[in-house]
Design a protein around this ligand. Structure first.
Ligand SMILES: [Zn+2]
Length: 372
Protein backbone atom coordinates (compact mmCIF):
# COMPACT_ATOMS: atom_id res chain seq x y z
CA UNK A 1 0.00 0.00 0.00
CA UNK A 2 1.31 3.45 -0.89
CA UNK A 3 2.22 5.72 2.01
CA UNK A 4 0.30 8.98 2.37
CA UNK A 5 2.22 12.28 2.61
CA UNK A 6 1.59 12.24 6.38
CA UNK A 7 2.95 8.70 6.64
CA UNK A 8 6.06 9.65 4.69
CA UNK A 9 6.63 12.63 6.95
CA UNK A 10 6.24 10.57 10.10
CA UNK A 11 8.50 7.85 8.69
CA UNK A 12 11.17 10.45 7.93
CA UNK A 13 10.82 12.03 11.37
CA UNK A 14 11.24 8.64 13.07
CA UNK A 15 14.21 7.68 10.89
CA UNK A 16 15.84 11.06 11.49
CA UNK A 17 15.43 10.69 15.24
CA UNK A 18 16.85 7.16 15.18
CA UNK A 19 19.84 8.41 13.20
CA UNK A 20 20.51 11.27 15.64
CA UNK A 21 20.03 8.94 18.59
CA UNK A 22 22.58 6.51 17.18
CA UNK A 23 25.15 9.19 16.43
CA UNK A 24 24.49 11.31 19.52
CA UNK A 25 25.41 14.47 17.55
CA UNK A 26 25.33 15.01 13.80
CA UNK A 27 25.37 17.75 11.16
CA UNK A 28 22.16 18.51 9.28
CA UNK A 29 23.88 17.95 5.92
CA UNK A 30 25.25 14.62 7.03
CA UNK A 31 21.75 13.53 8.11
CA UNK A 32 20.23 14.76 4.86
CA UNK A 33 22.59 12.74 2.72
CA UNK A 34 22.36 9.67 4.93
CA UNK A 35 18.55 9.64 4.84
CA UNK A 36 18.21 10.79 1.25
CA UNK A 37 16.30 13.96 2.24
CA UNK A 38 16.72 17.57 1.26
CA UNK A 39 18.35 20.00 3.67
CA UNK A 40 15.13 22.05 4.15
CA UNK A 41 13.19 18.84 4.91
CA UNK A 42 15.76 17.89 7.54
CA UNK A 43 15.63 21.40 9.01
CA UNK A 44 11.81 21.19 9.26
CA UNK A 45 11.89 17.79 10.92
CA UNK A 46 14.59 18.90 13.36
CA UNK A 47 12.36 21.86 14.30
CA UNK A 48 9.46 19.51 15.02
CA UNK A 49 11.61 17.15 17.08
CA UNK A 50 13.07 20.12 19.00
CA UNK A 51 9.52 21.20 19.79
CA UNK A 52 9.03 17.82 21.49
CA UNK A 53 12.29 18.30 23.36
CA UNK A 54 13.88 15.10 22.04
CA UNK A 55 16.61 16.82 20.00
CA UNK A 56 18.40 20.13 20.44
CA UNK A 57 20.85 22.38 18.64
CA UNK A 58 24.42 21.34 19.41
CA UNK A 59 26.64 24.10 18.10
CA UNK A 60 28.59 23.84 14.88
CA UNK A 61 30.68 21.04 13.48
CA UNK A 62 34.28 21.82 12.44
CA UNK A 63 34.36 23.26 8.93
CA UNK A 64 35.31 21.02 6.04
CA UNK A 65 35.69 24.09 3.82
CA UNK A 66 32.91 26.63 3.30
CA UNK A 67 30.22 27.33 5.85
CA UNK A 68 30.32 25.48 9.15
CA UNK A 69 27.52 22.94 9.50
CA UNK A 70 25.20 23.37 12.46
CA UNK A 71 24.83 20.23 14.50
CA UNK A 72 21.90 18.60 16.22
CA UNK A 73 22.03 16.28 19.22
CA UNK A 74 19.62 13.81 20.76
CA UNK A 75 18.27 14.45 24.26
CA UNK A 76 18.07 10.83 25.47
CA UNK A 77 16.70 11.78 28.89
CA UNK A 78 13.77 13.74 27.45
CA UNK A 79 11.54 10.70 28.01
CA UNK A 80 11.87 7.40 29.79
CA UNK A 81 9.96 4.26 30.55
CA UNK A 82 9.74 2.05 33.60
CA UNK A 83 9.99 -1.73 33.77
CA UNK A 84 8.92 -3.84 36.73
CA UNK A 85 9.86 -7.50 36.93
CA UNK A 86 7.59 -9.29 39.39
CA UNK A 87 8.85 -12.44 41.09
CA UNK A 88 7.48 -14.35 44.05
CA UNK A 89 9.47 -12.33 46.58
CA UNK A 90 10.76 -9.21 44.82
CA UNK A 91 10.03 -6.32 42.51
CA UNK A 92 12.93 -5.48 40.19
CA UNK A 93 12.45 -2.01 38.82
CA UNK A 94 14.35 -0.17 36.10
CA UNK A 95 14.16 3.23 34.43
CA UNK A 96 15.45 3.38 30.84
CA UNK A 97 15.79 6.43 28.63
CA UNK A 98 15.26 6.96 24.90
CA UNK A 99 18.67 5.47 24.19
CA UNK A 100 17.80 2.33 26.10
CA UNK A 101 20.27 3.21 28.86
CA UNK A 102 19.37 2.08 32.35
CA UNK A 103 19.26 5.22 34.49
CA UNK A 104 18.28 3.59 37.78
CA UNK A 105 17.30 0.25 39.19
CA UNK A 106 16.16 -1.15 42.53
CA UNK A 107 15.13 -4.59 43.76
CA UNK A 108 13.18 -4.39 47.00
CA UNK A 109 11.62 -7.43 48.67
CA UNK A 110 7.86 -7.36 48.05
CA UNK A 111 6.09 -10.68 48.43
CA UNK A 112 3.57 -11.36 45.65
CA UNK A 113 -0.08 -12.11 46.35
CA UNK A 114 -2.98 -11.70 43.90
CA UNK A 115 -4.62 -9.20 46.24
CA UNK A 116 -5.59 -5.56 46.37
CA UNK A 117 -3.07 -5.13 49.19
CA UNK A 118 -0.19 -6.30 46.94
CA UNK A 119 -1.33 -4.03 44.09
CA UNK A 120 -1.41 -1.06 46.46
CA UNK A 121 2.01 -1.85 47.88
CA UNK A 122 3.53 -2.51 44.44
CA UNK A 123 2.05 0.73 43.11
CA UNK A 124 3.51 2.71 46.02
CA UNK A 125 6.88 1.01 45.58
CA UNK A 126 7.02 1.85 41.87
CA UNK A 127 5.86 5.44 42.43
CA UNK A 128 8.50 5.91 45.15
CA UNK A 129 11.19 4.48 42.88
CA UNK A 130 10.24 6.81 40.01
CA UNK A 131 10.37 9.71 42.42
CA UNK A 132 13.85 8.77 43.69
CA UNK A 133 15.05 8.17 40.13
CA UNK A 134 13.98 11.71 39.14
CA UNK A 135 11.55 10.27 36.60
CA UNK A 136 8.26 12.21 36.74
CA UNK A 137 5.08 10.57 35.38
CA UNK A 138 4.69 13.42 32.88
CA UNK A 139 7.79 12.31 30.97
CA UNK A 140 7.12 8.60 31.30
CA UNK A 141 6.08 6.68 28.15
CA UNK A 142 4.69 3.76 30.09
CA UNK A 143 5.21 1.06 32.67
CA UNK A 144 5.91 -2.49 31.50
CA UNK A 145 5.30 -5.27 34.00
CA UNK A 146 7.12 -8.55 33.51
CA UNK A 147 5.70 -11.70 35.12
CA UNK A 148 6.72 -15.36 35.22
CA UNK A 149 3.60 -16.66 33.49
CA UNK A 150 1.46 -16.75 30.38
CA UNK A 151 0.13 -13.34 29.34
CA UNK A 152 -2.96 -12.61 27.22
CA UNK A 153 -2.30 -11.39 23.69
CA UNK A 154 -3.43 -7.85 24.55
CA UNK A 155 -0.98 -7.65 27.49
CA UNK A 156 -3.77 -7.01 30.01
CA UNK A 157 -4.12 -10.32 31.85
CA UNK A 158 -1.92 -12.87 33.51
CA UNK A 159 -3.57 -16.07 32.25
CA UNK A 160 -1.64 -18.54 34.34
CA UNK A 161 1.43 -18.68 36.52
CA UNK A 162 2.58 -21.73 38.45
CA UNK A 163 5.27 -19.57 40.03
CA UNK A 164 2.83 -17.00 41.39
CA UNK A 165 0.11 -19.57 42.00
CA UNK A 166 -2.30 -17.99 39.52
CA UNK A 167 -4.62 -20.58 37.96
CA UNK A 168 -7.29 -18.27 36.57
CA UNK A 169 -6.84 -15.19 34.36
CA UNK A 170 -6.08 -12.16 36.51
CA UNK A 171 -5.95 -8.54 35.41
CA UNK A 172 -2.98 -6.73 36.93
CA UNK A 173 -3.00 -2.96 36.89
CA UNK A 174 -0.92 -1.02 39.39
CA UNK A 175 -2.47 2.06 40.98
CA UNK A 176 -0.14 4.59 39.31
CA UNK A 177 -0.68 8.05 37.91
CA UNK A 178 -3.78 7.98 35.69
CA UNK A 179 -2.83 8.15 32.05
CA UNK A 180 0.35 6.10 32.44
CA UNK A 181 -0.04 3.19 30.03
CA UNK A 182 0.72 -0.22 31.51
CA UNK A 183 1.24 -3.57 29.83
CA UNK A 184 2.05 -7.07 31.02
CA UNK A 185 4.81 -9.21 29.51
CA UNK A 186 6.00 -12.74 30.02
CA UNK A 187 9.41 -12.39 31.69
CA UNK A 188 11.31 -14.28 28.99
CA UNK A 189 9.63 -12.26 26.23
CA UNK A 190 10.54 -9.07 28.10
CA UNK A 191 14.18 -10.18 28.38
CA UNK A 192 14.14 -11.00 24.68
CA UNK A 193 13.02 -7.44 23.86
CA UNK A 194 16.41 -6.20 25.09
CA UNK A 195 18.08 -8.30 22.39
CA UNK A 196 15.84 -6.89 19.68
CA UNK A 197 16.27 -3.30 20.82
CA UNK A 198 18.24 -1.14 18.43
CA UNK A 199 19.12 -4.06 16.15
CA UNK A 200 18.78 -3.16 12.48
CA UNK A 201 18.82 -6.81 11.43
CA UNK A 202 17.95 -8.97 14.42
CA UNK A 203 17.52 -12.13 12.29
CA UNK A 204 16.42 -15.30 14.07
CA UNK A 205 17.43 -16.52 17.51
CA UNK A 206 16.14 -18.21 20.63
CA UNK A 207 16.34 -16.30 23.92
CA UNK A 208 16.72 -18.71 26.83
CA UNK A 209 15.75 -17.00 30.07
CA UNK A 210 17.48 -18.64 33.04
CA UNK A 211 15.84 -16.90 35.99
CA UNK A 212 13.99 -18.24 39.03
CA UNK A 213 11.92 -20.08 36.48
CA UNK A 214 13.16 -20.95 33.00
CA UNK A 215 11.44 -19.55 29.96
CA UNK A 216 12.27 -18.64 26.43
CA UNK A 217 11.25 -16.60 23.44
CA UNK A 218 11.63 -17.41 19.79
CA UNK A 219 12.48 -14.69 17.28
CA UNK A 220 12.15 -15.48 13.59
CA UNK A 221 13.25 -12.88 11.08
CA UNK A 222 13.16 -10.17 13.73
CA UNK A 223 9.69 -11.00 15.06
CA UNK A 224 8.83 -12.72 18.29
CA UNK A 225 6.63 -15.77 17.74
CA UNK A 226 3.87 -16.18 20.35
CA UNK A 227 2.40 -19.55 19.34
CA UNK A 228 -1.25 -20.65 19.33
CA UNK A 229 -1.61 -20.18 23.11
CA UNK A 230 1.05 -17.52 23.86
CA UNK A 231 3.29 -20.33 25.04
CA UNK A 232 5.96 -20.59 22.34
CA UNK A 233 9.42 -20.92 23.83
CA UNK A 234 8.43 -22.48 27.18
CA UNK A 235 11.76 -24.26 27.35
CA UNK A 236 11.44 -24.81 31.11
CA UNK A 237 8.82 -27.50 30.53
CA UNK A 238 10.73 -29.46 27.92
CA UNK A 239 11.36 -32.91 29.38
CA UNK A 240 15.09 -33.57 29.47
CA UNK A 241 15.12 -36.56 31.82
CA UNK A 242 11.92 -38.61 32.11
CA UNK A 243 11.39 -39.48 35.76
CA UNK A 244 13.97 -36.89 36.87
CA UNK A 245 13.56 -34.16 39.49
CA UNK A 246 10.14 -32.63 39.97
CA UNK A 247 9.35 -29.45 38.09
CA UNK A 248 7.25 -26.78 39.83
CA UNK A 249 4.49 -27.57 37.28
CA UNK A 250 4.13 -30.96 38.95
CA UNK A 251 5.65 -33.11 36.16
CA UNK A 252 9.05 -34.75 36.35
CA UNK A 253 12.34 -34.23 34.54
CA UNK A 254 11.56 -30.86 32.97
CA UNK A 255 14.48 -28.54 32.19
CA UNK A 256 13.31 -26.03 34.81
CA UNK A 257 14.19 -28.52 37.56
CA UNK A 258 17.83 -28.36 36.32
CA UNK A 259 18.06 -24.92 34.78
CA UNK A 260 16.37 -22.60 37.28
CA UNK A 261 18.53 -19.95 38.95
CA UNK A 262 17.12 -21.16 42.28
CA UNK A 263 18.87 -24.48 41.76
CA UNK A 264 22.16 -22.59 42.10
CA UNK A 265 21.17 -19.76 44.44
CA UNK A 266 19.39 -21.84 47.10
CA UNK A 267 22.48 -23.76 48.33
CA UNK A 268 24.34 -20.42 48.48
CA UNK A 269 21.86 -18.80 50.83
CA UNK A 270 19.73 -17.42 48.00
CA UNK A 271 22.46 -15.34 46.38
CA UNK A 272 23.47 -16.30 42.86
CA UNK A 273 26.62 -14.16 43.03
CA UNK A 274 27.74 -16.13 46.10
CA UNK A 275 27.13 -19.40 44.29
CA UNK A 276 29.35 -18.39 41.35
CA UNK A 277 32.03 -16.90 43.61
CA UNK A 278 32.27 -20.13 45.59
CA UNK A 279 32.15 -22.38 42.51
CA UNK A 280 34.83 -20.28 40.84
CA UNK A 281 36.95 -20.39 44.00
CA UNK A 282 36.91 -24.16 43.62
CA UNK A 283 34.67 -25.10 46.56
CA UNK A 284 33.96 -28.68 45.71
CA UNK A 285 30.19 -28.97 46.19
CA UNK A 286 29.62 -25.71 44.29
CA UNK A 287 32.02 -26.55 41.45
CA UNK A 288 30.28 -29.89 41.05
CA UNK A 289 26.83 -28.26 41.04
CA UNK A 290 28.04 -25.85 38.36
CA UNK A 291 29.37 -28.69 36.18
CA UNK A 292 26.09 -30.52 36.37
CA UNK A 293 24.18 -27.29 35.66
CA UNK A 294 26.30 -26.63 32.56
CA UNK A 295 25.80 -30.21 31.38
CA UNK A 296 21.99 -29.86 31.47
CA UNK A 297 22.18 -26.44 29.87
CA UNK A 298 24.38 -27.74 27.04
CA UNK A 299 21.90 -30.54 26.40
CA UNK A 300 18.99 -28.09 26.27
CA UNK A 301 20.95 -25.77 24.01
CA UNK A 302 21.81 -28.53 21.54
CA UNK A 303 18.18 -29.67 21.44
CA UNK A 304 17.10 -26.12 20.64
CA UNK A 305 19.79 -25.81 18.02
CA UNK A 306 18.72 -29.05 16.33
CA UNK A 307 15.10 -27.89 16.22
CA UNK A 308 15.65 -24.29 15.22
CA UNK A 309 19.09 -23.96 13.61
CA UNK A 310 19.59 -20.44 14.92
CA UNK A 311 21.63 -18.57 17.53
CA UNK A 312 20.84 -19.18 21.18
CA UNK A 313 21.09 -16.29 23.61
CA UNK A 314 21.63 -17.07 27.28
CA UNK A 315 19.75 -14.55 29.39
CA UNK A 316 17.96 -14.25 32.71
CA UNK A 317 19.71 -14.01 36.07
CA UNK A 318 22.09 -16.92 35.39
CA UNK A 319 22.99 -15.59 31.93
CA UNK A 320 24.66 -12.60 33.61
CA UNK A 321 27.16 -14.92 35.33
CA UNK A 322 27.95 -17.34 32.51
CA UNK A 323 30.70 -15.28 30.82
CA UNK A 324 33.68 -17.13 32.31
CA UNK A 325 32.00 -20.49 31.69
CA UNK A 326 30.96 -19.97 28.09
CA UNK A 327 33.97 -21.79 26.54
CA UNK A 328 33.24 -24.86 28.65
CA UNK A 329 29.54 -24.73 27.85
CA UNK A 330 30.27 -24.40 24.14
CA UNK A 331 32.68 -27.31 24.20
CA UNK A 332 30.11 -29.49 25.92
CA UNK A 333 27.38 -28.48 23.45
CA UNK A 334 29.73 -29.08 20.50
CA UNK A 335 30.45 -32.59 21.74
CA UNK A 336 26.72 -33.39 21.44
CA UNK A 337 26.25 -31.79 18.03
CA UNK A 338 25.46 -33.96 15.02
CA UNK A 339 26.66 -31.44 12.46
CA UNK A 340 29.44 -29.24 13.73
CA UNK A 341 32.37 -29.27 16.11
CA UNK A 342 31.81 -25.79 17.52
CA UNK A 343 28.95 -24.12 19.34
CA UNK A 344 29.65 -20.44 18.83
CA UNK A 345 25.94 -20.00 18.13
CA UNK A 346 25.69 -19.92 21.94
CA UNK A 347 26.09 -16.35 23.14
CA UNK A 348 25.41 -14.21 26.18
CA UNK A 349 22.61 -11.70 26.47
CA UNK A 350 23.71 -8.09 25.94
CA UNK A 351 22.08 -7.13 29.24
CA UNK A 352 23.83 -8.59 32.23
CA UNK A 353 21.23 -7.51 34.76
CA UNK A 354 17.58 -6.58 35.02
CA UNK A 355 16.97 -7.82 31.47
CA UNK A 356 13.25 -8.50 32.01
CA UNK A 357 12.57 -5.13 33.68
CA UNK A 358 14.58 -3.25 31.03
CA UNK A 359 12.88 -5.11 28.17
CA UNK A 360 9.38 -4.39 29.50
CA UNK A 361 10.34 -0.70 29.63
CA UNK A 362 11.92 -0.72 26.16
CA UNK A 363 8.58 -1.73 24.66
CA UNK A 364 7.26 1.72 25.57
CA UNK A 365 10.40 3.52 24.38
CA UNK A 366 10.06 1.84 20.98
CA UNK A 367 6.36 2.70 20.88
CA UNK A 368 7.15 6.35 21.66
CA UNK A 369 9.82 6.57 18.96
CA UNK A 370 7.54 4.95 16.36
CA UNK A 371 4.82 7.42 17.24
CA UNK A 372 7.03 10.54 16.86
ZN1 LIG B 1 7.39 -28.27 34.11
Amino acid sequence: MAMSAMDVKRHNRVELFRAVLKKGRAGRGELASELGLSLPTVAGLVRELSGLGVVEGAGELPSTGGRRASAVAAVPDARFAVGVDVTRNHLSMAVVNLKGEMKAHERPAVKFAPTEEWRRRAGETVAGFMDRAGAPPGLCCGVGISLPGIISEDGKKLLRSHMLDIRRPAGIVLPLDAGLPQRLFNDASAGCLTELWGEDEPGSFFYLSLSNSVGGALVIDGRMVAGDNQRAGEAGHVCLRPGGSRCYCGKYGHFDAFGSALKLADPAGGRLEDFFARAEAGERAFARALSSYLASLALMAVNLRMLLDCGIVLGGYVGGFLGPHLPRLRARAASLDAFQGTADYLRLSRRKMEGAAAGAALHFIEEFIRGL
